[in-house]
Design a protein around this ligand. Structure first.
Ligand code: UT7
Length: 335
């Protein structure tokens, strides 16, 4: 999809935050019939962080945001827009406004994006549109999720996978010649929504004023793992290839493949289909598991802090998951 670009976009800085509580595979093996060996061999996960506080989503999002802002000249009152990608809000009406209040960004408009594990990529694309069309100059994009609160801890097919975390990125407008966000490619297949979801169950209730009434109650994560796996390894390479083609870039020009951290086998399969060497794949799954919308910015921040990513590097970022949704964003890093 093409849009008229009035301003360029620069990714200025990133930040991240995770809860202190670390749950190892061995600990999970005490709860369900599994083992460290099975989990590590099938996913690459060794441990994950789990939050226990009811305010953890906003606390982590705020910590990650402030860490990112502290690396820039921007202060919270300079922010025009905050986009919080989360599928685990602490308020169904949205949680971004709580983040706005917590960091004191009173001049920023704030809203949530719900797109599960593709949430951060879609939020980055959305932020980019607002900057490129000249509407806003300073934008905070956060991916944060606390899937542990929606995990069925007696289902070994899913409970081994997920962890909690938050990651943030600061985007700023710049001249079009200095534009860093080069292109994107997004997809949705709503026919397969039930392959991975947290559905709402309705039950009847009687009330003096409203009859008949229905009350909603969200259940826990359910996933058809094999189907989602097949979807990821077939659709994600196609999305990346389309995005590269639209920019006249080859897969050899990619310096880093930064995929949603769902499963090391998926990361490797996508890289191999694109003929991108394994050394160019960013992975921190072993420490955090699948943190949904947080996984890409968490891994990005870590790779930047470790100085893995160098000035001028070309990064392909791709998210995939519930919806089903998937999407790619290609950018160059200039720190
Ligand atoms: O974040 C959104 C995107 N999500 C994903 O991309 C997840 C995609 N799916 C996956 O990563 C993988 O499908 C899983 C890691 C979830 C599962 O791995 P798998 O290799 O597809 O395993 P499976 O579901 O085919 O199960 C293989 C066997 C089964 O036993 P039988 O039927 O062969 O006897 C399962 O019952 O492994 C069994 N199993 C387990 N065994 C020990 C399933 N979960 C476990 C477990 N521990 N935790």
């Amino acid at each position: 999809m093409k849009s008229s670009i009035r301003q360029g976009v620069k990714l200025l800085a990133t930040g991240s935050a995770v809860p202190d509580l670390c749950i190892s595979n061995d600990l999970i093996s005490d709860i369900v019939d599994t083992s460290d060996e099975w989990i590590f061999n099938r996913t690459g996960i060794k441990e994950r962080r789990i939050s226990s506080s009811p305010t953890s989503l906003i606390d982590m999002a705020a910590k990650a945001s402030m860490q990112a802002l502290d690396k820039t000249q921007i202060n919270t009152l300079d922010l025009d827009l905050i986009i919080l990608a989360t599928s685990t809000p602490n308020d169904l009406f949205g949680s971004a406004s709580q983040l706005q209040a917590k960091i004191g960004a009173s001049k920023a408009i704030a809203f949530d994006i719900t797109a599960a594990c593709s949430g951060f990529v879609i939020a980055m694309v959305t932020a980019t549109q607002f900057i490129q069309n000249g509407s806003y100059a300073n934008v905070l994009v956060v991916g944060a999720d606390v899937l542990s609160k929606w995990t069925n801890w007696s289902d070994r097919r899913t409970c081994i996978l997920f962890g909690d975390g938050a990651g943030a990125a600061i985007l700023q407008s710049c001249s079009t010649v200095k534009n860093n966000i080069l292109g994107f490619h997004l997809n949705t297949d709503g026919q397969k929504f039930d392959q991975l979801n947290i559905s709402c169950e309705y039950s009847n209730f009687s009330d003096k004023c409203i009859y008949p009434g229905l009350r909603g109650n969200f259940k826990h994560i359910t996933m058809h793992g094999k189907e989602v796996y097949k979807f990821a390894v077939s659709k994600v390479p196609q999305s990346i290839q389309s995005c590269l083609n639209s920019l006249n870039l080859s897969s050899e020009s990619v310096d880093w493949l930064l995929l949603h951290q769902a499963n090391n086998r998926i990361l490797n399969a996508v890289a191999s289909r694109l003929m991108i060497p394994a050394e160019k794949v960013i992975s921190n799954l072993s420490k955090y598991g699948n943190t949904s919308a947080a996984s890409i910015p968490l891994a990005l921040n870590e790779a930047l802090e470790d100085k893995k990513i160098k000035n001028g590097d070309l990064i392909v970022m791709s998210g995939f998951g519930a919806g089903l949704t998937w999407g790619t964003l290609i950018f160059r890093w200039y720190g």
